[in-house]
Design a protein around this ligand. Structure first.
Ligand SMILES: NC(=O)C1=CN([C@@H]2O[C@H](COP(=O)(O)OP(=O)(O)OC[C@H]3O[C@@H](n4cnc5c(N)ncnc54)[C@H](O)[C@@H]3O)[C@@H](O)[C@H]2O)[C@H](O)CC1
Ligand SMILES: [K+]
Length: 503
């Protein structure tokens, strides 16, 4: 499923009209009829329904919905919130069709009137503003949206809750707090941002006849689901040997944080890595090696000095490296050596990201791919922004960072956003609040390490890793765990259940 900005949706729309030959009126007919079908399936027709329409094509969809719901005997009234002359084009066409069969159109000019009109309704269908909204909401629409939000009715938004922008990056002024949103064709960016997703309520998409070709041409983001995973997941070779399944290196683990590397190493092995080597200090060896007996170990005298020739030689056969779990924030030369002296895919996580901050310009010199896996706080640190700023613009900030430093970014959150150096993005929205615990990030890193080694392309590799991690947590919470008791180690054990669903 593609995710779009408003500009991309308009391009896709234009493509469908110009290249696909479907008239705008037909797209609007399809949009309204599909939304109406969803409503018919979910809401009884003994309810009193108010459809509130604005001036644009979102309002046009509202007129089509009215026509279909009336056919199914819903008690419908349409409230037009703008002057007649503002309704033009396809919306005017569908308004005329509504008026051909019904006289239920009421003009409302202020919020007081609207409140009185809507007070005995059960459902309000919000077709006031769509993706064409720009700037702060103007009066009287502003007070009308506020009035609707205060009514104890079911609120169903068409395409997007009115007032909400489609794109990330804007402070939300005022928008309908929908219970349900029927999104036309493709979810917009704000459905996946922490500060704005709440406005959508539950949501689903309706298709209106636009071809996938239009999306392939104009959309740059996808929501990752099992279909994508099955299409891109590497098959395990029948005659595979441990060397052909990837040799991963996990570097990290201060004396006070040995658990992080255990989790990463075990997750990498459970995800199917052939060999995992853990490079850490000798004080950690007894605990780490007894917790992960399948890994091999490489002792570092400390986590601060440069890599020796002996280290570099030992790492020569490695296929990919992850650095940073439990590494601490003391000055260290390790990361700059990994960037300069080892030509291997490198994943930087946790405290490793603090070490990466002063080295960002040097990342461009690394010949193999670099992946950074920050959560929102770490992303704010890397980009000199505040956490609220990152939450407001997770797509744009990730893209700018990935393009500037030519790295892959996995911005971890409820909706994890994965960005390639060319700006292409994937959203992985599997997982649950049980993952909001120490250690789950280390598990993700281990899974990603293996995925990096086993896929040809990195973007699907990272997306598949996030899918495995989130879905493992989802299955565990469905079966024998809850969000409260789920632990990072459970997520590792849950991976086998996810793998079974992939073939
Ligand atoms: N392929 C599709 O996705 C289709 C979508 N459809 C629907 O069309 C809307 C987008 O229509 P558009 O006319 O471009 O925009 P709006 O409906 O959002 O209306 C814009 C209109 O609203 C007024 N306005 C803008 N900003 C403000 C503001 N800040 N305060 C007050 N008023 C504002 C202004 O008059 C603008 O002209 C999309 O969401 C779908 O619902 C089609 O049905 C078919 C294909
Ligand atoms: K709307």
């Amino acid at each position: 499923m593609y995710i779009v900005t408003a500009e991309e949706m308009y391009e896709i729309d234009r493509y469908a009209i110009e290249k696909g030959g479907i008239e705008g009126k037909v797209l609007m007919e399809n949009a309204g009829s599909q939304v109406a079908q969803q409503i018919i399936q979910s809401y009884d027709n003994n309810q009193k329904v108010a459809i509130v329409v604005g001036s644009g094509n979102n309002g046009g969809d509202g007129f089509v919905i009215a026509r279909y719901l009336a056919e199914y005997s819903y008690d419908i009234s349409v409230f037009q919130l703008v002057a007649d002359h503002k309704i033009k084009g396809d919306a005017a066409f569908h308004k005329a069709l509504w008026l051909n069969t019904s006289d239920k159109l009421v003009h409302v000019t202020d919020s007081h009137q609207l409140k009185q009109r809507l007070v005995d309704c059960d459902i309000v269908i919000d077709a006031i503003l769509g993706i064409g909204v720009s700037g702060a909401i103007r009066e009287p629409i502003r007070s009308m949206i506020d009035a609707i939000n205060h009514l104890p009715v079911e609120k169903i938004s068409v395409d997007i809750p009115s007032g909400l922008p489609a794109n990330d990056g804007l402070e939300v002024d005022l928008a309908i707090h929908a219970d349900q949103t029927y999104i036309i064709e493709a979810p917009k960016e704000t459905a996946f941002c922490e500060k704005t997703s709440i406005y959508y309520g539950k949501w689903e998409t309706v298709k209106i006849g636009i071809s996938q070709m239009a999306y392939a041409k104009h959309a740059s983001k996808q929501r990752w689901c099992i279909k994508n995973v099955r299409a891109t997941f590497p098959k395990r070779e029948k005659y595979a040997h441990k060397g052909s399944n990837g040799r991963g290196l996990v570097i990290g683990g201060q004396q006070t944080m040995p658990g992080a590397i255990v989790l990463a190493a075990r997750a990498a092995l459970r995800s199917g890595a052939g060999l995992v080597t853990v490079a850490t200090i000798k004080e950690n060896l007894p605990i780490v090696s007894s917790s992960c007996i399948e890994a091999t170990y490489h002792l570092l005298p400390n986590l601060t000095d440069r890599l020796t020739d002996r280290d570099l030689e030992a790492f020569e056969k490695i296929d990919a490296i992850t650095f940073g779990m439990g590494i601490g924030r003391d000055d260290s030369q390790l990361l700059s050596d990994l960037i300069e002296k080892l030509d291997k895919p490198l994943l930087i996580d946790a405290d490793g990201l603090y070490h990466a901050k002063p080295l960002l310009e040097t990342l461009l010199q690394h010949k193999a791919p670099i992946v950074v896996t920050p959560h929102y706080g770490e992303m704010a640190m890397l980009t000199n922004k505040t956490v609220p700023e990152v939450k407001r613009s997770p797509f744009s900030i990730s893209r700018q960072f990935a393009e500037k430093y030519q790295v892959y970014v996995v911005l971890k959150g409820k909706h994890t956003i994965i960005t390639a150096p060319n700006g292409e993005q994937i959203v992985s929205d599997q997982g649950n609040a049980g993952l909001a615990k120490g250690g789950t990030g280390d598990v993700l890193t281990g899974i990603l390490l293996t995925m990096i080694m086993q896929h040809e392309e990195l973007l699907p590799a990272l997306a598949n890793g996030c899918y495995l991690h989130g879905t493992s947590a989802d299955y565990l919470v469905e079966d024998n765990h809850t969000e409260r008791d789920l632990l990072a180690t459970d997520v590792i054990e849950g991976l086998s259940q996810v793998f079974r669903t992939l073939s």
